[in-house]
Design a protein around this ligand. Structure first.
Ligand code: TRP
Length: 342
């Protein structure tokens, strides 16, 4: 496969379930913003079809989808530049996923750790959609011939599966049609951990709200959560090596670094030797300064739902300009009569 055949195109998706938090911002949204540029086409999707692989209240799903769209824009995604839309409005995702359901093997899907974790002990009672989740994800990516996919470390296995599906499709039909996608895995510095337990990812499903900073938290709440964040009694080290075996200290330093666009080492050069009693207020001040403009912009955008819906509809139209021809070619390759006509 030649590297030059496919134009550089970034695709990524986020599930519109629950509230956005600092982990989503630093680990995903901010990185997506940083990838916007003249040399890359950027496509960002609210994956509502993935969300319903476990039951969602319909009204909540609509609210979360719009709020996520507001979050993307407030974080700095420019909907004129990037293609921003919700998955269900671009039917080619689900259509290509069906083709991939016929390419991927049961054994491949059964090995997926996210499937095993999410289905738990009761696999027989999980939805068929949850099992096929990675095949839809492969379709999301490949229906754009995307070359670069920024994701969290927990999605690495799904990207390997995406490559396997592309390779098998190309082999089965003797074509060089789907690109072999490069994962752009987040670094440890952008992986935001729980404020209560530095070994667990910050998560919207953690029962303790004190474990995370929500994008909609006000300044007082942010400051309080940082003040109460779990730490250890020692002062901050001056070198990154000194953060080893101190997951909570490392997490707060990483958060500070990511929010101030510095490396953890640069941060420690500044704050090494300080106690948490001194560092936490600095972190709180920075977090409030960075997050409050985003949360107020989100609130403003959420005040004009019709505008959000127009942005998503427009994004979907632009997306379909890419996906419709790729799906049509796929159908032709597979042997579907009539594919060439529409
Ligand atoms: N599975 C991803 C997650 O939970 C979300 C997702 C769906 C995605 N489709 C995608 C990410 C395509 C990247 C590319 O984080």
């Amino acid at each position: 496969m030649t590297e030059t055949k496919f134009t550089p195109r970034v695709f990524s998706g986020i599930q519109p379930t629950g509230n956005l938090h600092l982990g989503n911002y630093l680990g995903a949204l901010k990185r997506f913003v940083d990838m916007q540029g003249p040399e890359m086409e950027t496509v960002y999707c609210m994956v509502d079809l993935h969300a319903i692989t476990t039951w969602q209240d319909p009204a909540d799903l609509m609210h979360s989808t719009r709020e996520l769209c507001a979050g993307f824009i407030a974080a700095g995604i420019d909907p004129e530049h990037s293609i921003l839309f919700n998955q269900s409005q671009v039917p080619e995702h689900a259509q290509l996923a069906w083709i991939f359901n016929c390419v991927a093997r049961m054994g491949w899907m059964q090995r997926m750790t996210q499937w095993k974790d999410k289905a738990g002990k009761n696999q027989q009672n999980a939805s068929l959609g949850l099992f096929a989740y990675p095949s839809l994800m492969a379709a999301d990516i490949l229906v754009y011939h995307a070359t670069h996919v920024p994701v969290g470390d927990d999605q690495k296995q799904h990207l390997e599966l995406t490559r396997d599906i592309a390779i098998k499709f190309n082999n089965d039909f003797g074509v060089d049609f789907f690109p072999i996608t490069e994962p752009v895995i987040e670094g440890a510095a952008t992986r935001v951990m729980s404020l209560r337990d530095g070994s667990k990812k910050m998560s919207k499903s953690d029962p303790s709200d004190m474990s995370r900073i929500n994008m909609t938290d006000d300044a007082d709440t942010i400051a309080k959560k940082i003040r109460k964040a779990k730490t250890d009694p020692d002062a901050l080290p001056s070198e990154v090596a000194g953060l080893e075996h101190r997951p909570e200290a490392r997490n707060l330093v990483n958060i500070y670094a990511a929010m101030s666009d510095q490396t953890p080492q640069q941060v420690l050069a500044e704050v090494g030797g300080k106690q948490f009693g001194e560092f936490k207020p600095m972190l709180a001040e920075l977090a409030v300064a960075k997050l409050s403009p985003i949360s107020s912009e989100m609130a403003r955008l959420m005040g004009d739902q019709a505008e959000i819906d127009r942005i998503l509809a427009r994004g979907s139209e632009r997306a379909r300009e890419i996906t419709a021809p790729i799906l049509r070619d796929t159908y032709e390759i597979v042997g579907m009569v009539g594919a060439g006509q529409n």
